[in-house]
Each structure stands twice: as C-alpha cells, then as structure tokens.
Design a protein around this ligand. Sequence first.
Ligand code: GTP
Ligand code: SPV
Ligand code: MN
Length: 619
Amino acid sequence: MTLAQVPGTHGLIEQRVTAEATTQNPEILSWVTEMATLLQPDSVYWCNGTQDEWNLITEGMVAAGSLIPLDKDKRPGSFLARSHPDDVARVEDRTFICSEKEEDAGPTNNWRAPAEMRAELEPLLNGAMRGRTMYVVPFSMGPVGGAISQLGVQLTDSPYAVLNMRIMTRMGQEALDGILPGSEWVRTVHTVGAPLVTKDGIQLEDVAWPCSDTKYITHFPETLEVFSYGSGYGGNALLSKKCFALRIASVMGRNEGWLAEHMLLLKLTNEDTNKAYHITAAFPSACGKTNLAMLQPTIPGWKVETIGDDISWLRKGADGRLNAINPEAGFFGVAPGTGETTNPVAMETLWGHTIFTNVALTDDGDVWWEGMTEEVPAHLTDWLGNDWTPESGRPAAHPNSRFTVPITQTPTLADDWFEQDGVPLDAILFGGRRATNVPLVAESLNWEHGVFMGATISSEKTAAQEGTVGELRRDPFAMLPFCGYNMADYWGHWLEIGEDLGEAAPHIFQVNWFRKGADGRFLWPGFGDNSRVLDWVIRRLEGEKEGVQTAIGTVPAPGELNLDGIEVPEADLQELFRIDADSWLAECDLTEDFFGQFGDRVPAKLTQQLADLRGRLRA
Ligand code: GTP
Ligand code: SPV
Ligand code: MN
C-alpha cells in the first residue's frame, strides 16, 4: 500500500484542501491532498507569511499555554517556548537516509530501503494529525529565483514550527508562486505524532509541547522528500534546515555539480585597501560558527560582516569562481555561552522579535541563560518551569537551548546576504574542538590536501549532539550527521569540484580555537581575537606572509601572527603550534581505520594524502 492509498473520505479532504488553497499548481494540490488524506487533520491552512498570520498564530499559542510572551519593553514581540524534557536536540540515531541502495547512504548514515521505510511510517502517519490543523508552509532557500536558490514546502501540525520557519526561511506566497509545474522542489512532511483524537474518536487534551516517544527523521534523497515524525525540536522539526538544506541538498548538489555545507559565511573587509573577502567555515554543532560569523575584530584595519551562521550553498559562477549563499533567513543559535563579552553582536540581534526555546525566565519577564551575564540572577524559572536559584546546582537553561531570530536584525549583516546569486569565496576553514594536537591555524598544501584536512576533522562532542559531551569523534567536514549520501563519494565530489575550479579555487585552512594546556585552560583567547587568525589567512592569500611549512600544513612563521595588545605567553604560543609527530602518526592510524569503513569508495587521492602525510611526519 502506498502512502496515498488510505481508506477515507478522499473527496471531502480534497475539498478542504482546495477551498483554501493559494496556488493552482496541480502538483502541489495533489500532494497536499494525498498527505491530508493520510494524516487526517481537522483543517488545512495555507501560510502566506504575513505579520497578521504571525499575530494570529502567536495569540493562539499564548492562549493555549504553548508560548509565554516576554515583557513588552524588555523583549518586544518575543516569546519563550519550553519543550518536552525528552525533546531537546536532534536525534541522530533516529535519522535515516532512505536511498535505494545501502552503499549510497554509506556507513556513517542509518539506512532503510525507501519502500521499507514508507511501510514502517505508514501506520504512524495514518491519522497522525487528527484533531489538529495542518499548515502548508511554502518557503524559498535563498532569494526566490536566485542562481543557487531552491524551493520547498513543509506540511506540519506544529504552529511552533510554522513560526520558526517564518523566521528561518523566506516563507510565504512569493515562494509558493515560485514553484511552477514541472519544476524541482522539495516535499517535506512534519508531524509531532500526537493526534488529539484517537482512532476510536475519543478527544484528548492537548499539552504545551506535543511530541511522541517514537521518533523518525527520514530522508528520501532520490525523490526529494522528507518525513519527520515525533519531535518538535530544532533540526528535527524545521525541515528547511538540516533535512533539506544539508541532507537532501547535498545529494542535489552531487547530482548537479554544487555543494551544500554546514558552514558559516562572512565578509571581511580590509579597511586600508577597501578590498573585501569572503570566507566560509565548517565547524561541528556548537563549536563557534555563530561566534565567528558575528566576530568583532580586536585588531584594527578589519571589518567583519555577517552573511550566515550555519549553512552555505556553494556553486561555480559565470566568472569561474566558487560562489556562496546562505540559504537561510534567520539564526537558530545556541543560547548558553552567548553574552556581551563572547558575542555582543548576537546580544544586540536578540533585542526583540525572537523565539527563545528552553532558556530560563527572569522574574521580570525577560530571559536568561548560563553565560549571558556575569552576574547570576538570584531567582529564575528554569527551562522546565521550576523555581531556580544559584544554589539549585543545575543549569537554569538547557545546554542546547536556542534562540530563533531574523537575520535582518543583525547589526553586522552584510548587504551580500541579499545578493541574488551569491558572493565569490576566497577561503574555506575547517575546524573542531581539539584539546590537543591540532594547531591554531594551518594552511593546506593544495586543494587535495585541504579535502584531506576536511575529511579527517574530529571534534569533542557538544550538547547539540546526543551522547557524552567531550568525547572525541570523527566529524568530516562537520557533516557527519548531515551528509545525505556516502561520505566517501562526498569527498570524491569535493575533489572534482576543486579540479573543475583549478586556480580559481578558494584556499583551504584548518583552525582550532580550543587547544588546551596541561592545566586544562584554553591556550588561545578566541572570540574577537580570532580576527588575528583571519588576518593571517588573508595576508597568506595576498602573499604577504611566508609561513613555515610543516608536515601537516603551512603555519605562521614566528612573529607573523599579529599579537599586538594581547599577552599570550611564549610557552603557550609554542604549544598552540606544536606538532608532535608521534601523536600525529597515531592519528594517521586512526584515519586509516576510519577510511577503512568506506572500503574502496575512498578516493585514491585521499589514501595518497594519508601516505604523503605519514611520509612527511617520518621525515
Ligand atoms: P550549531 O548552531 O549547533 O551548528 O553551532 P555553532 O557552531 O553555530 O555554535 P556556536 O557558535 O553557538 O558555538 C557556541 C559555543 O562555542 C559556545 O560554547 C562558545 O563559548 C564556544 N566558542 C565559540 N567561539 C569560541 C572561541 O573562539 N573560543 C572558545 N574557547 N570557545 C568558543
Ligand atoms: C546543529 O545541531 O548543528 C544545529 C542545530 O545547527 S539543529 O538545527 O537543531 O540541528
Ligand atoms: Mn548546525
């Protein structure tokens, strides 16, 4: 039985769908009808993306107790949402890539055959929206009609997801009108999996954050479809983000010659020459993308402007260079650790019109989280809704609590965000949280070596991932949970892109803000001082810095890194750049094991890079 072949009153549902529909596109109408027939919502609502619609939905959620309005003077137009305590982050072990062939998903993804997964989902989706409204959410990733942009529709029974989608994407009528019959668009379906009417017709009470213990985040890359069941949180529910813009889009990119990446995007202007540069950086979840995208340089002569903080789509432009866009329209940023000293730009961005999820509530109707202010409030309501004092001995905000805010509120937003066809890239950075081994910055020897650097990134786990915080894991290109196809084929695709770009290819660097001394303290001040690393990166591109070639790449020569105005002890500096051949050779053994998982799908060029690296380390 296919998803559509569900017994029921098909004619009635069709009437319900088309009565309100704001499109004539028969492909959209028949898909929405098919899904409504399966999911059986009480009503179908077509989103237009207007302020009136936002007001209506937020008023309804406040009345239902799903949103808490914040103080109108302190945080105008803003709300707090508290999730179910078991629905607080992406669920990687419930995330599936459903390609026809298992090898096409590869060893780093959970795989199910598409037909098998459809059969498994069917009984869950059947009637999943009973008693609820199904929202039809059309959205554009990137400017509508842009050279790198794509269109999609999300069906959801979560008004919380609708509000977040309005912030995170260009959502509304223009996107819907952009989907022409016969054109390519992505179909995404989301349900919290908590119907309000049982199969026997018994009416149930709703709760503030409906979700299900059973969760499925499933991707069908060959048919450009996503089905997400059981969670209302973040990347599980805002299907434009990880599901579409990374997992599905990475496959579209492989087929069509472009790249979908877990990367921030920033513009850096040299104020002396007025020359502008564009940099992307791939860091794993909660490893500082938002921070770097909003960096405030601590050295004179540079201006940083923000284009994106999480996802970049890269595609060769007419001039032969690799162009980039941020396909999103908002930030879904990590709250804890965001404060006046660590990220003043984010703090300013959050002045209002923001949805906060799982942060603490102050007694005067504002929000708080660990690291927001140095002074800790004497009393709060924590993310679970309980009384909290500094003596409580537990965090007031969940470690993966987040804010959703429109990108246009960012004081450092670059005009380039509006660019229809993207901006040309100069440099790509790869990084992670590494207490040991990996130096502050190193330039790759060439594109192939850069791809090797990206492919071998490992990072200590954060609260954005399930599992033990601090545990080291491989996270190639910061894409481990987000690559929609075989990771080894993805490396091959990167190698091909580089070959095609030739001399016009951006230069690739590796960075690590997180190296620690024997005493456990960070050796590098980080944050705004990361501008010193960007300064060296750009001056390398311009040929102003010699660097020193080491076994693992080119690092700053002594004195080349601008340290004016900060005190980094000489011993710390030594340690920041120390390359210990034995530890690196041990890491090479782990890389060999890691590559081994992929069998003969690993590109020969990467195996050669590993051999070359061992050779240089032994020399
Ligand atoms: P996702 O949204 O999950 O993809 O992550 P992100 O990479 O955007 O995460 P974000 O920028 O919010 O990372 C936040 C964490 O990184 C906080 O714990 C910050 O304190 C820490 N962080 C960011 N930059 C630095 C830095 O330069 N040095 C140190 N030590 N920590 C940093
Ligand atoms: C991440 O985990 O990398 C995020 C947050 O950016 S989520 O959208 O929930 O995936
Ligand atoms: Mn992310």
